[in-house]
Design a protein around this ligand. Structure first.
Ligand code: CP
Ligand code: NVA
Length: 348
């Protein structure tokens, strides 16, 4: 092993102390230790995670950067304008070089084959931050959000539609189980849907997809093969009628109708998606459950979902966005934080 690659000693947890004025004068007379603030493991200490992003991002990038800080490490953002990749250097060579300097790669790519190639040639773990086919870190946030809000699905009383904040008692490590739900997707067969298709049916939920007719909106063969391989297809219903799709829905989910890279198809897509906007009226006409909830990975356009739903009490979109950070942090801890530097050195 190479001694200089050995991890440095872990930093000790800081002791958090607050002071409070008991006299109202602003004079700090009392000191109370509140070291109950549990910091996550510092598993990324001395580690750098390359964020190799060839597409825009707000949530995924900021989640990754802030999560790396909380884990004691560093995220190094490498946009497509910053490095040689794709212009002067191949994916294979970039993968080897970045993998020799960083302890993990979180990559947002165009075609899914790019991330496969990265993973094949990179000596450190590679995590998908979105590709043409999959968006695996998004579904983790969605699942966490549904579990955190399970109390909204168990009681169909109207009062349960009035809040999107889970009771304090539920904000604990052990999340309450979810009852079997019907999750409706309105939109095309996007990367975000694909991870729904291969995960939620395995957790006992039913998925109903409402997508316009046409090859561009159908599930790609390689994704469907995976759906079948995992035994998910029995719990998936596909229709081109958005009203039929929302029938019995506990949760309605949508995404942009024009994913990054599809900008040239905008006009056609806007035409084909007429009638797919998520609204109270559509869901009432289609027979969604009385207390249905709404998810969206964001960024959102108004034509996909109106303001009443998006900013209303059914919407879980902002807790969902917040949860990108915690779930990405868990992935970083597990995948990159537990990466053994000595094992990495052995691989050379
Ligand atoms: N949901 C999501 O991936 O958002 P960003 O594109 O902003 O990262
Ligand atoms: N389907 C969208 C998701 C954005 C987070 C896209 O690929 O652009």
């Amino acid at each position: 092993s190479t001694p200089w690659l050995k991890p440095m000693p872990r930093r000790s947890m800081p002791s958090i102390t607050t002071t409070k004025s008991s006299t109202g004068t602003g004079l700090k007379t009392k000191s109370k230790k509140v070291n109950d603030l549990r910091l996550p493991s510092q598993s990324l200490f001395n580690k750098t995670i390359a964020l190799l992003f060839s597409k825009r991002s707000t949530r995924t990038r900021v989640s990754a950067e802030t999560a790396a800080v909380l884990l004691g490490g560093r995220a190094l953002f490498l946009g497509k304008e910053d490095i040689q990749l794709g212009v002067n250097e191949s994916v294979r060579d970039s993968a080897r070089v970045l993998g020799g300097m960083c302890q993990g790669i979180f990559a947002r790519v165009g075609d899914h084959s790019e991330i496969e190639e990265l993973a094949e040639h990179c000596p450190v773990p590679v995590l998908n931050a979105l590709s043409s086919l999959w968006h695996p870190t998004q579904i983790l946030a969605d699942i966490l959000t549904l579990h955190e809000h399970s109390h909204l699905f168990t009681s169909p009383s109207p009062s349960s539609t009035s809040t999107s904040t889970p009771p304090k008692s539920l904000r604990v490590r052990e999340l309450p189980p979810l009852p079997p739900l019907t999750i409706t997707w309105l939109g095309d067969s996007s990367n975000v849907l694909h991870d729904i298709l291969v995960s939620l049916p395995r957790m006992g939920h039913k998925v109903r997809v409402g997508a316009p007719k046409g090859r561009a909106y159908e599930c790609p063969e390689e994704v469907w093969r995976r759906v079948v391989e995992l035994g998910c297809e029995e719990n998936i219903y596909w229709t081109s009628d958005p009203r039929e799709a929302v029938n019995g829905a506990d949760v309605v989910v949508t995404d942009t109708w024009i994913s990054m890279g599809q900008e040239a198809e905008k006009e056609q897509r806007l035409k084909d998606f007429q009638g797919y906007q998520v609204t109270e009226a559509l869901c009432a006409e289609g027979g969604a459950k009385e207390n249905w909830k709404f998810l969206h990975c964001l960024p959102r356009k108004q034509h996909e979902v109106d303001d009443e739903v998006f900013y209303g009490p059914r919407s879980l979109v902002f807790p969902e966005a917040d949860n990108r950070k915690w779930t990405i942090m868990a992935c970083f801890d597990l995948l990159f934080g537990k990466w053994d530097l000595e094992a990495e050195a052995e691989s050379y």
